[in-house]
Design a binder for this molecule. Sequence first.
Ligand SMILES: [Zn+2]
Length: 624
Amino acid sequence: MYQVLARKYRPKTFDEVIGQDDIVKTLKNAVDSDRIAHAYIFSGTRGVGKTSIARILARSINCEKGPASNPCGVCHACVEMLNGNSVDIIEIDGASNTGVDDIRELKENIMYSPQSLKYKIYIIDEVHMLSKNAFNALLKTLEEPPEHVKFIFATTEIYKVPETILSRCQRFTFKRIAPSVVYLKLKEIAGEEKIEISDENLMTIASLSDGSLRDALSTFDTVISYYGKEIKEDVGAILGITGKDTVKKITEYIFKKDYESSIKVINDIYIAGTDIRQFIRQLAFFLRNILVLKLNYKSIISDMLEADVNSLIPLAELKGEAEILDMIDILLEADGRYQRVTSPLLMMELVIFRLIGTPSKMEIKAILEKLDNIDKLEKIDSINNLPNLERKYSSGNIGADSINNINNINNSNNKNNINNISANNQISKSSIEENNINTKDAATNSIKDKDKSTDKDTEKNIDKNKEKEKILNNSGGIGGNAAVSNPILADGEDFLDHIDSITNKNENKKTVYKQDLIKKNAGLNDSKNIINSNSNSDNNDIGDDYTADYEEYINTDKRNDYNSKLINNVSNIDNKIINANADKAYIAEDKLNNNKGGNSNNDGAMIRNLFEEIFDGFIEDIKD
Ligand SMILES: [Zn+2]
């Protein structure tokens, strides 16, 4: 006699159960250690093994050689139970025995001892369907169950079962069975049934089962009925789903923004009679797998074969994570709206347009950075204060400090000390000279370097101004507010840099200058110290000669030239900084004023343009 696969392959021992390892382990321990509760409740989706495990547990408890987690299968009790002839195993369908009368009858029967087994076992399926009165009647029994009775309840909707019942039961939550686990079971059964079917087709059946082995086996039965024992075609067609290759193909078209080919595929799917809603879900899951792959969680993709997962890699490289996430969102939204649309084809075409039009997005981190910058911009904003802030940094401190320091160098006590010098050795003289020369060189070089870098900064600013002029000219100049503010918007990056420079660069420059001047002073102080230490020497004669020499040296034109050059250079640098910063300040002021002058949409437009610019850059990154 023909038996459907789901019945034929229903597990008869704990070891044959798949996908519920924790529950099996716990129950086996309970049976083997003879710690069996008087009531259990199993919850979980359909076809995951609740009833099967209830029956296995009933046999384990009642086997004459038990209780044993592996009932012998040959004793009188086992045979009776396996054949389903035992009057002591009472299976009740909660859905059809919901009344209080049914439960009253149950209560009366419960009092009698089992006829042939050790325990009377009540297996009540879909227990959540019982009426309130039935639950109340059941509760009395559950509170004080007779020694010879065990209850096993099963439900797909645990939240409908009253708490008073739940609290008197041991609860087990059954998991959905992973498609990869279902797939292996199907493969095993296909082998036993001598059915020729490809791994891809078995995986298609497994992934359609939604974690239910019973559903998968029913689907497998359907496929076998249709194709016979040699299944060569893609089974998707008769199961009302779209073939994997088609899903992959349309994803590729969407990623490559190929409208024409995408729409053509959708029309083919529609004409083939495929359920469009099913297709939407398939596509969503497919994109989900690509996303998972991108995030390097390949191991959690359980509804695809390893080779198929690897074939997604080129697709995964075409899109960003945020973008794929958005696309999945669009599909889920379409799934939710499906029942309210009159033309699924039209809706699907619109969905495709939206998928293709999904704007490229930068990574979350980059977005946060940009938002942070905008936030900073707003804080500094105080439109009127901005230029003043810059001037304050640029004009006063650096310039004045530098000049004062230089004056200090000039007015140093070197001269006076030198008068007292005792030049009893040439070494000290040359060491002083060397020291001074070194100090001079160092100062000169550092000034030269500063000149160079300041020049570069100035050149950079000139270039930037030129660019801005260019943009201004291109944008058509006058016209509305938008036209005026556009060049600034296009230059958003620069603007943010500029804001940074106000807060950071000036501080840095100031510090560098101060450090340089401190170093210079330190050099001169070293000379001073050497001179001082030498001044205590007894050899005043030679000292006088040296003093004269040295006075001559420091009074030479060369020395004066050097000093004035030093002053000039430093004040040149200061002027350059002042000018450069003033330029920047005016540019910033212009920008802010232009922006301020624009209509209120300009802020939004500015941020949007900023983002667009960033998005473009992101696309370029992806292309690279
Ligand atoms: Zn037995």
